[in-house]
Ligand binder design. Structure first.
Ligand SMILES: [Zn+2]
Length: 277
């Protein structure tokens, strides 16, 4: 079975709140990670390029990896994009469509509610410079806790907003907080996306469900050797079987938590310390 390593990043910046550190790497660490990919002969793509090649039966390089960045934070432009460009690497950027040119208000509990988001013209420029733009909802809610109509709107309208922005098709979606249920997966399919990614911290593979692709979490702790070990699957499962029971229990726990104020932060199945994002 051919594995597909899909790496997940969020912020690439030097200064972040201590509570958000799990989700940030510094530009210098990011540069050393990208250098490791280059030196070890990896070809680097956005998600849809890999899936299209698989579907068309076209060959893929012996070593390849997909890079993904969630949220559409402005620090992508400063901390990550120049390094990607220098290495001629592609990537997919999942943008919270309703927060463009605003701030990351959903990160307030992690001390990063005022982090600036990319502006329209910056997203357009990134698209024209080979960065795939994917959708990441309108407002970054826990989709599986919304009613169907609200959920549909988040999934469908984020795509429409971004397509209007870049003048091109948006074909991939990232579940906010990584939360996906059978219903949200179905809605993403019906909205016309070709794929969707979650978190899971596992290697994906060619026959994994296209609407629940597993990703690997890359952190500041991954030095070049650690990153290559991750890609080689050392200590990492390959797309484990569906965790329906664990997922359902965790969803019920979050419903209860959301009725209690203030909200508790906690980790669901397969998540590292540091809370959900
Ligand atoms: Zn996110």
């Amino acid at each position: 079975m051919r594995t597909i390593p899909i790496l997940m990043y969020h912020s690439v910046a030097d200064q972040v709140d201590a509570r958000y550190k799990t989700w940030a790497v510094t530009p210098s660490r990011f540069a050393s990670q990208m250098a490791a990919l280059s030196e070890n002969g990896y070809s680097v793509f956005g998600i849809s390029t890999i899936l299209r090649r698989l579907d068309a039966g076209l060959p893929l390089p012996q070593k390849f990896v997909a890079l993904t960045f969630d949220d559409g934070l402005q620090d992508f432009l400063i901390g990550a994009f120049p390094i990607l460009e220098e290495n001629r690497f592609q990537a997919t950027l999942y943008v919270v469509a309703g927060r463009v040119a605003s701030s990351s208000n959903w990160l307030a509990t992690l001390g990063e509610g005022d982090r600036p988001m990319l502006r329209v013209e910056e997203i357009r420029d990134l698209h024209f410079n080979g960065i795939e733009i994917g959708a990441h909802s309108l407002t970054h809610p826990e989709l599986d806790l919304l009613n169907r109509k609200a959920c549909e709107r988040e999934i469908r309208d984020s795509r429409l907003v971004l397509e209007d922005m870049i003048g091109a098709r948006v074909s991939t979606f990232a579940y906010p907080h990584g939360y996906a249920s059978p219903t949200t997966r179905q809605l993403v399919h019906e909205a016309g996306y070709a794929s969707a990614v979650r978190v899971r911290h596992a290697l994906s593979h060619a026959s994994e469900n296209r609407y629940g692709l597993s990703r690997l979490i890359v952190t500041q702790k991954h030095d070049p050797e650690g990153l290559i070990a991750l890609l080689e699957g050392k200590g990492i499962p390959t797309a484990p079987p569906q965790d329906r029971l664990a997922g359902t229990c965790w969803r019920i726990a979050r419903r209860i938590r959301n009725r209690l104020k203030p909200p508790l932060t906690g980790d669901g199945p397969f998540m590292p310390a540091g809370g959900r994002i």
